[in-house]
Design a protein around this ligand. Structure first.
Ligand SMILES: NC(=O)c1ccc[n+]([C@@H]2O[C@H](COP(=O)([O-])OP(=O)(O)OC[C@H]3O[C@@H](n4cnc5c(N)ncnc54)[C@H](O)[C@@H]3O)[C@@H](O)[C@H]2O)c1
Length: 436
């Protein structure tokens, strides 16, 4: 089937490349020139395991095309997946102007039946807004169209795998015609065993926000438990394991640490609270989940300061800038606040990340007080403490003997609990982690 994907970012690019891999013919529309140029050369503007291979396969097989023309996009296929950004506005509600613009532009140009698929994360009842916009801008009012909610649940860092092996595919739809089209698109995954959950559009929209809000709640919950563990001498890893055996709870998202970040949880939580407020539903539970998360950075800084006494003119090595491993995404990453705090307090920072350094450089220019190291060991030279902010595999596998030799003072403040405390202490490190 022919599919148009509007927005060539983390979701659009992965979805488009995966749809092409499943045998569909896909046109990805991307408005940013520099991204589009890269894509046309078959290069991915983002780091995501497995994506380069799928891009190459799709382009070579002539099933994956790129354009910046929405006119071309509107003519290309019956189905348009909207995968543009929905960032937070100052009041916490999502900025839906990118979605609105795409819908208007396509509605003005359409001359046959279309299915508008919301893949961007949007508040409940956005499908009604989209319907209204299409009706308003449609030139030929007799044309038919459908709006479908098909939220995306991929995790950055494992996006391709998540897309091709989803826990479930959620489709919120109100017409038989659109339902059959969505079934046809996802047939290759359903035949491999992926559950296709068909529901109404409003429920599908809420499922996405509720899923992210629930996962963020799980992390904030274990972080509070970890504070109690730390105060009482219990070990949060053991507690999480013990909880995780319970099938009703599960072990995933019970890793204590410096909290969640990224392009989704922070904004989706705010958006969910906001939409609840609009409907006079008090979801203050989620405000507390957010507050707990914000306090995690303070906790980390306190541990570092307790260890070093003051931070002024201290050399701090920092491992991990991306908000989680296997991605170059630094949106709302804890590293941003940590680096701001370290620089403000007069420390000098030597930072390393396997993939996210280039993105971080755009936020923090390299200078006397902040250097970007080429590898994890270079970052450690003469450091007076190592701060671990992201649990990349290569940090877990680091040669700790070498780490100790390179540092002036062997202090590790581990915000992600990647080492066994007994082992690193036995090697002569002063080691601080979370809830253990
Ligand atoms: N990143 C994730 O892990 C993830 C997971 C699930 C859902 N989502 C949701 O998916 C949506 C997209 O997220 P993302 O991380 O892919 O964002 P992104 O910023 O990486 O990508 C969005 C892309 O859309 C392009 N764009 C915007 N307007 C356009 C237009 N009119 N025409 C063509 N291109 C246009 C932008 O240039 C950008 O490249 C958001 O609503 C997000 O909440 C994201």
């Amino acid at each position: 089937m022919k599919i148009t994907v509007v927005g060539g970012g983390y979701v659009g690019l992965v979805s488009g490349a995966c749809f092409a891999h499943l045998g569909h013919e896909v046109l990805i529309v991307e408005k940013l020139k520099e991204k589009l140029e890269l894509l046309k050369e078959g290069k991915s503007p983002i780091y995501e395991p497995g994506l380069d291979e799928l891009l190459e396969e799709g382009i070579k097989g002539k099933r994956l095309h790129f354009t910046d023309s929405l006119k071309e996009a509107a003519d290309f296929s019956e189905v348009l997946f909207i995968c543009v950004g929905t960032p937070s506005l100052a009041d916490g509600s999502p900025d839906l102007s990118q979605v609105d613009q795409v819908v208007r532009d396509v509605a003005r140009r359409m001359n046959s039946y279309k299915v508008f698929v919301e893949k961007s994360t949007v508040p409940v009842n956005t499908h009604k807004r989209i319907e209204g916009v299409v009706r308003r801008y449609l030139k030929d009012k007799s044309l038919e169209f459908d709006v479908v909610s098909n939220p995306e649940f991929l995790k950055e860092g494992a996006a391709v795998d998540d897309f091709l092996n989803p826990d479930r595919i959620v489709v919120g739809v109100s017409s038989q015609r659109a339902k059959e089209i969505m079934e046809e698109i996802y047939r290759p995954l359903v035949e491999k065993g992926a559950p296709l959950f068909i529901t109404d559009p409003a429920s599908a929209e809420i499922i996405k926000h509720a899923a992210n809000a629930f996962l963020a709640t799980k992390i904030s919950f274990i972080n509070m438990v970890s504070d109690l563990c730390e105060a009482t001498g219990a070990n949060v890893d053991a507690v999480a394991d013990g909880l995780g055996f319970d099938k009703r709870i599960g072990r995933a998202f019970l890793n204590a640490g410096i909290g969640w970040g990224g392009s989704c949880f922070p904004k989706d939580l705010k958006a969910f609270v906001k939409i609840a407020e609009e409907f006079a539903v008090d979801f203050s539970l989620l405000k507390e989940v957010e507050r707990i998360n914000e306090r995690r950075i303070e906790l980390l800084m306190k541990k570092l300061k307790d260890a070093l006494w003051t931070l002024r003119s201290k050399r701090i090595a920092l491992w991990g800038l991306s908000f989680k491993p296997n991605t170059d995404d630094i949106r709302e990453a804890p590293s941003i606040k940590v680096v701001q705090r370290l620089l403000k307090e007069g420390a000098t920072v030597s930072a390393y990340d396997p993939k996210a350094t280039d993105n971080f450089r755009r936020l923090f220019v390299e200078g006397e007080d902040l250097r970007y190291a080429k590898d994890k060991y270079e970052a450690l030279k003469d450091a007076e403490a190592l701060l671990i902010l992201t649990e990349w595999q290569e940090f877990k596998e680091a040669d700790l003997t070498k780490v100790k030799e390179l540092m002036e003072v062997p202090i590790i403040v581990d915000g992600r609990n990647i080492y066994d405390p007994d082992e690193v202490k036995a090697m002569g490190f002063e080691y601080y982690s979370i809830g253990r």
